[in-house]
Design a protein around this ligand. Structure first.
Ligand code: AMP
Length: 301
Protein backbone atom coordinates (compact mmCIF):
# COMPACT_ATOMS: atom_id res chain seq x y z
CA UNK A 1 0.00 0.00 0.00
CA UNK A 2 1.08 3.57 -0.56
CA UNK A 3 3.38 5.29 1.92
CA UNK A 4 3.99 9.02 2.23
CA UNK A 5 7.08 10.25 4.08
CA UNK A 6 7.59 13.90 5.04
CA UNK A 7 10.81 15.08 6.66
CA UNK A 8 14.30 16.46 6.21
CA UNK A 9 16.76 15.64 3.44
CA UNK A 10 20.23 16.68 4.48
CA UNK A 11 23.96 16.60 4.11
CA UNK A 12 25.52 15.53 7.42
CA UNK A 13 29.04 15.93 8.74
CA UNK A 14 29.61 13.28 11.38
CA UNK A 15 32.55 12.65 13.66
CA UNK A 16 33.11 9.58 15.77
CA UNK A 17 36.17 8.77 17.86
CA UNK A 18 37.46 6.63 14.97
CA UNK A 19 36.48 8.55 11.85
CA UNK A 20 34.72 11.46 10.14
CA UNK A 21 32.53 11.97 7.08
CA UNK A 22 31.77 15.34 5.50
CA UNK A 23 28.53 16.25 3.68
CA UNK A 24 27.23 12.68 3.63
CA UNK A 25 23.65 11.97 2.63
CA UNK A 26 21.28 12.18 5.63
CA UNK A 27 18.01 13.62 6.86
CA UNK A 28 15.00 11.98 8.48
CA UNK A 29 12.99 11.48 5.27
CA UNK A 30 16.01 9.96 3.53
CA UNK A 31 16.60 7.30 6.18
CA UNK A 32 12.88 6.55 6.58
CA UNK A 33 12.32 6.19 2.83
CA UNK A 34 15.37 4.01 2.19
CA UNK A 35 14.45 1.66 5.05
CA UNK A 36 10.78 1.47 4.00
CA UNK A 37 11.77 0.82 0.38
CA UNK A 38 12.77 -2.75 1.33
CA UNK A 39 9.15 -3.49 2.26
CA UNK A 40 6.87 -1.45 0.00
CA UNK A 41 6.87 0.39 -3.35
CA UNK A 42 6.74 3.18 -4.16
CA UNK A 43 7.61 5.29 -1.14
CA UNK A 44 6.59 8.91 -1.74
CA UNK A 45 9.12 11.34 -0.26
CA UNK A 46 8.10 14.94 0.45
CA UNK A 47 10.96 17.27 1.39
CA UNK A 48 13.18 20.05 0.16
CA UNK A 49 16.76 20.33 -1.09
CA UNK A 50 18.87 22.99 -2.78
CA UNK A 51 20.35 22.94 -6.25
CA UNK A 52 23.55 21.54 -4.69
CA UNK A 53 21.77 18.22 -4.06
CA UNK A 54 23.82 15.70 -5.99
CA UNK A 55 22.49 13.73 -8.95
CA UNK A 56 24.02 10.56 -7.51
CA UNK A 57 21.70 10.93 -4.50
CA UNK A 58 18.63 11.50 -6.67
CA UNK A 59 19.69 8.37 -8.59
CA UNK A 60 20.20 6.38 -5.40
CA UNK A 61 16.72 7.20 -4.09
CA UNK A 62 15.11 6.60 -7.47
CA UNK A 63 16.89 3.24 -7.83
CA UNK A 64 15.29 2.22 -4.54
CA UNK A 65 11.85 3.16 -5.92
CA UNK A 66 11.60 6.24 -3.72
CA UNK A 67 9.30 8.53 -5.71
CA UNK A 68 10.56 12.14 -5.69
CA UNK A 69 7.48 13.91 -7.10
CA UNK A 70 7.14 15.66 -3.74
CA UNK A 71 10.79 16.67 -3.42
CA UNK A 72 11.09 20.42 -3.91
CA UNK A 73 14.40 21.54 -5.44
CA UNK A 74 15.08 25.21 -4.72
CA UNK A 75 17.11 26.86 -7.49
CA UNK A 76 20.19 28.66 -6.10
CA UNK A 77 19.29 27.21 -2.69
CA UNK A 78 21.54 25.20 -0.37
CA UNK A 79 20.52 21.84 1.11
CA UNK A 80 20.03 21.58 4.90
CA UNK A 81 23.31 20.79 6.69
CA UNK A 82 23.66 19.13 10.08
CA UNK A 83 26.84 18.29 11.93
CA UNK A 84 27.34 16.15 15.03
CA UNK A 85 30.07 14.52 17.08
CA UNK A 86 29.63 11.25 18.99
CA UNK A 87 31.13 10.54 22.37
CA UNK A 88 33.13 7.35 22.86
CA UNK A 89 30.01 5.50 24.11
CA UNK A 90 28.04 6.32 20.88
CA UNK A 91 24.96 7.01 23.05
CA UNK A 92 25.72 10.69 23.54
CA UNK A 93 26.32 13.13 20.73
CA UNK A 94 26.80 16.87 20.48
CA UNK A 95 25.23 18.85 17.67
CA UNK A 96 28.01 21.02 16.29
CA UNK A 97 25.96 22.96 13.77
CA UNK A 98 22.54 23.10 12.15
CA UNK A 99 22.32 25.15 8.95
CA UNK A 100 18.68 25.10 7.92
CA UNK A 101 19.28 26.71 4.51
CA UNK A 102 16.30 25.78 2.24
CA UNK A 103 14.70 23.95 5.16
CA UNK A 104 14.11 27.27 6.94
CA UNK A 105 11.22 28.17 4.62
CA UNK A 106 10.09 24.62 3.89
CA UNK A 107 6.37 24.40 3.26
CA UNK A 108 5.44 20.78 2.57
CA UNK A 109 3.06 20.70 -0.35
CA UNK A 110 1.49 17.31 -0.92
CA UNK A 111 0.93 16.71 -4.66
CA UNK A 112 -2.72 15.83 -5.41
CA UNK A 113 -1.87 12.28 -6.48
CA UNK A 114 -0.29 11.57 -3.08
CA UNK A 115 -3.14 12.91 -0.95
CA UNK A 116 -4.85 9.50 -0.80
CA UNK A 117 -1.80 7.59 0.44
CA UNK A 118 -2.76 5.03 3.09
CA UNK A 119 0.22 5.30 5.42
CA UNK A 120 1.72 8.61 6.52
CA UNK A 121 5.07 9.08 8.22
CA UNK A 122 5.61 12.53 9.65
CA UNK A 123 9.36 12.71 10.20
CA UNK A 124 10.91 15.09 12.67
CA UNK A 125 9.99 18.60 11.47
CA UNK A 126 8.37 21.70 12.98
CA UNK A 127 5.00 20.57 14.52
CA UNK A 128 2.89 23.21 12.68
CA UNK A 129 4.26 21.80 9.40
CA UNK A 130 3.32 18.29 10.50
CA UNK A 131 -0.21 19.54 11.24
CA UNK A 132 -0.28 21.27 7.88
CA UNK A 133 0.47 17.93 6.17
CA UNK A 134 -2.34 16.21 8.07
CA UNK A 135 -4.72 18.93 6.90
CA UNK A 136 -3.79 18.34 3.25
CA UNK A 137 -4.30 14.57 3.12
CA UNK A 138 -7.46 12.45 2.90
CA UNK A 139 -8.32 9.85 5.55
CA UNK A 140 -5.14 7.71 5.76
CA UNK A 141 -5.18 4.24 7.30
CA UNK A 142 -2.40 5.07 9.76
CA UNK A 143 -0.37 8.14 10.71
CA UNK A 144 2.95 7.84 12.52
CA UNK A 145 4.93 10.75 13.97
CA UNK A 146 8.49 11.28 15.13
CA UNK A 147 9.70 14.38 16.96
CA UNK A 148 12.67 15.61 18.99
CA UNK A 149 13.56 17.45 22.21
CA UNK A 150 13.90 20.77 20.32
CA UNK A 151 10.16 20.83 19.51
CA UNK A 152 9.15 19.63 22.99
CA UNK A 153 11.17 22.55 24.39
CA UNK A 154 10.08 25.34 22.08
CA UNK A 155 6.74 24.27 20.50
CA UNK A 156 5.08 22.03 23.07
CA UNK A 157 1.54 23.40 22.61
CA UNK A 158 1.69 22.94 18.83
CA UNK A 159 3.21 19.49 19.23
CA UNK A 160 0.41 18.42 21.61
CA UNK A 161 -2.11 19.58 19.00
CA UNK A 162 -0.55 17.31 16.33
CA UNK A 163 -0.32 14.42 18.78
CA UNK A 164 -4.12 14.51 19.18
CA UNK A 165 -4.43 13.74 15.47
CA UNK A 166 -2.07 10.80 14.92
CA UNK A 167 -2.21 7.02 15.52
CA UNK A 168 1.37 6.17 16.52
CA UNK A 169 4.07 8.26 18.22
CA UNK A 170 7.72 7.17 18.16
CA UNK A 171 10.02 8.92 20.61
CA UNK A 172 13.02 8.07 22.74
CA UNK A 173 13.05 7.67 26.51
CA UNK A 174 14.57 11.09 27.29
CA UNK A 175 11.97 12.78 25.05
CA UNK A 176 9.17 10.89 26.81
CA UNK A 177 10.47 12.22 30.13
CA UNK A 178 10.81 15.74 28.75
CA UNK A 179 7.26 15.64 27.37
CA UNK A 180 5.64 14.37 30.58
CA UNK A 181 8.05 15.28 33.41
CA UNK A 182 7.83 11.62 34.38
CA UNK A 183 11.01 9.51 34.62
CA UNK A 184 9.14 6.20 34.98
CA UNK A 185 8.65 4.85 31.46
CA UNK A 186 5.29 3.18 32.14
CA UNK A 187 3.81 6.25 33.84
CA UNK A 188 5.14 8.46 31.06
CA UNK A 189 3.60 6.11 28.46
CA UNK A 190 0.18 6.28 30.16
CA UNK A 191 0.29 10.08 30.15
CA UNK A 192 1.27 10.21 26.49
CA UNK A 193 -1.39 7.70 25.39
CA UNK A 194 -3.95 9.87 27.20
CA UNK A 195 -3.26 12.61 24.66
CA UNK A 196 -5.18 10.46 22.18
CA UNK A 197 -2.96 8.26 20.00
CA UNK A 198 -3.57 4.47 19.87
CA UNK A 199 0.02 3.27 20.03
CA UNK A 200 3.25 4.60 21.48
CA UNK A 201 6.80 3.38 20.90
CA UNK A 202 9.52 4.49 23.29
CA UNK A 203 13.03 3.81 21.96
CA UNK A 204 15.82 3.17 24.45
CA UNK A 205 18.84 3.52 22.16
CA UNK A 206 21.13 0.53 22.50
CA UNK A 207 18.60 -1.05 24.89
CA UNK A 208 15.75 -1.68 22.48
CA UNK A 209 12.22 -0.31 22.17
CA UNK A 210 8.93 -0.68 24.05
CA UNK A 211 5.51 -0.68 22.37
CA UNK A 212 2.46 0.40 24.37
CA UNK A 213 -1.25 0.66 23.77
CA UNK A 214 -3.88 1.25 26.43
CA UNK A 215 -3.74 -2.28 27.80
CA UNK A 216 -0.70 -4.06 26.34
CA UNK A 217 3.09 -3.75 26.42
CA UNK A 218 5.75 -5.36 24.23
CA UNK A 219 9.47 -4.96 24.84
CA UNK A 220 11.91 -5.64 21.99
CA UNK A 221 15.65 -5.91 22.61
CA UNK A 222 18.20 -4.09 20.47
CA UNK A 223 20.35 -6.23 18.22
CA UNK A 224 23.69 -6.91 19.97
CA UNK A 225 25.82 -5.07 17.44
CA UNK A 226 29.57 -5.61 17.47
CA UNK A 227 30.39 -3.43 14.49
CA UNK A 228 28.92 -0.06 15.55
CA UNK A 229 30.19 2.67 13.19
CA UNK A 230 27.62 5.50 13.14
CA UNK A 231 24.19 5.56 14.86
CA UNK A 232 23.00 8.63 12.92
CA UNK A 233 19.58 8.01 11.46
CA UNK A 234 18.96 4.82 13.46
CA UNK A 235 15.72 6.27 14.88
CA UNK A 236 14.46 7.26 11.45
CA UNK A 237 15.50 3.93 9.97
CA UNK A 238 13.57 2.20 12.76
CA UNK A 239 10.49 4.21 11.77
CA UNK A 240 11.00 3.32 8.08
CA UNK A 241 11.28 -0.41 8.75
CA UNK A 242 8.37 -0.29 11.19
CA UNK A 243 5.98 1.51 8.86
CA UNK A 244 7.27 -0.20 5.71
CA UNK A 245 6.37 -3.56 7.24
CA UNK A 246 2.99 -2.31 8.52
CA UNK A 247 2.06 -0.88 5.15
CA UNK A 248 2.15 -4.40 3.67
CA UNK A 249 -0.21 -5.93 6.25
CA UNK A 250 -3.92 -6.35 5.64
CA UNK A 251 -4.78 -5.68 9.28
CA UNK A 252 -3.19 -3.48 11.95
CA UNK A 253 -3.39 -4.77 15.51
CA UNK A 254 -1.06 -5.17 18.48
CA UNK A 255 0.30 -8.54 17.28
CA UNK A 256 1.21 -7.10 13.88
CA UNK A 257 2.74 -4.05 15.60
CA UNK A 258 5.01 -6.32 17.66
CA UNK A 259 6.52 -7.74 14.47
CA UNK A 260 6.78 -4.26 12.96
CA UNK A 261 8.79 -3.09 16.00
CA UNK A 262 11.22 -5.97 15.45
CA UNK A 263 11.53 -5.14 11.72
CA UNK A 264 12.21 -1.53 12.74
CA UNK A 265 14.94 -2.70 15.11
CA UNK A 266 16.43 -4.95 12.41
CA UNK A 267 16.68 -2.04 9.95
CA UNK A 268 18.11 0.30 12.63
CA UNK A 269 20.81 -2.24 13.44
CA UNK A 270 21.92 -2.33 9.79
CA UNK A 271 21.96 1.47 9.65
CA UNK A 272 24.52 1.67 12.49
CA UNK A 273 27.02 -0.57 10.71
CA UNK A 274 28.33 2.15 8.40
CA UNK A 275 28.34 5.93 7.98
CA UNK A 276 25.40 7.79 6.47
CA UNK A 277 23.03 5.64 4.40
CA UNK A 278 25.78 3.29 3.15
CA UNK A 279 24.60 0.20 5.02
CA UNK A 280 21.02 0.75 3.83
CA UNK A 281 21.94 0.94 0.17
CA UNK A 282 22.72 -2.71 -0.54
CA UNK A 283 20.57 -4.81 1.75
CA UNK A 284 18.66 -7.83 0.52
CA UNK A 285 15.40 -9.39 1.65
CA UNK A 286 17.39 -12.42 2.73
CA UNK A 287 19.73 -10.40 4.99
CA UNK A 288 16.71 -8.69 6.56
CA UNK A 289 14.86 -11.96 7.10
CA UNK A 290 17.94 -13.63 8.60
CA UNK A 291 18.46 -10.85 11.10
CA UNK A 292 14.75 -10.89 11.95
CA UNK A 293 15.09 -14.62 12.72
CA UNK A 294 18.19 -13.95 14.85
CA UNK A 295 16.13 -11.41 16.80
CA UNK A 296 13.39 -13.95 17.38
CA UNK A 297 15.99 -16.37 18.73
CA UNK A 298 17.64 -13.76 20.98
CA UNK A 299 14.31 -12.74 22.52
CA UNK A 300 12.83 -16.23 22.90
CA UNK A 301 12.38 -17.72 26.38
P1 AMP B 1 18.66 10.67 14.30
O1 AMP B 1 20.05 10.11 14.41
O2 AMP B 1 17.59 9.62 14.22
O3 AMP B 1 18.39 11.72 15.32
O4 AMP B 1 18.57 11.40 12.89
C1 AMP B 1 19.63 12.16 12.40
C2 AMP B 1 19.20 12.86 11.13
O5 AMP B 1 18.30 13.94 11.47
C3 AMP B 1 20.39 13.47 10.43
O6 AMP B 1 20.54 12.86 9.17
C4 AMP B 1 20.07 14.96 10.33
O7 AMP B 1 20.29 15.46 9.04
C5 AMP B 1 18.61 15.09 10.72
N1 AMP B 1 18.36 16.24 11.57
C6 AMP B 1 19.15 16.75 12.55
N2 AMP B 1 18.58 17.85 13.12
C7 AMP B 1 17.39 18.04 12.49
C8 AMP B 1 16.33 19.02 12.59
N3 AMP B 1 16.38 20.03 13.47
N4 AMP B 1 15.27 18.87 11.78
C9 AMP B 1 15.20 17.87 10.89
N5 AMP B 1 16.16 16.93 10.72
C10 AMP B 1 17.25 17.01 11.50
Amino acid sequence: MSLLVVGSVAYDTIETVQSKVVDALGGSATYISLAASYFTHPVHLVGVVGSDFKKEHIDLLSKKNVDLKGLQIVEEGKTFRWSGRYHKNFNDRDTISTDLNVFETFNPIIPDELKNDDFIMLGNIDPPLQLNVLEQINKPKLTVLDTMNLWINIKKAELLEVLKNIDVLIINDSEAELLTGEANLVKAAKQILNIGMKYLIIKKGAHGAVLFNCDKVFSAPAYPLENLVDPTGAGDTFAGGFLGYLSMQSEINFEVMRKAVVYGSVMASFCCEDFSTSALENLTEEKIRNRFNEFAEIARF
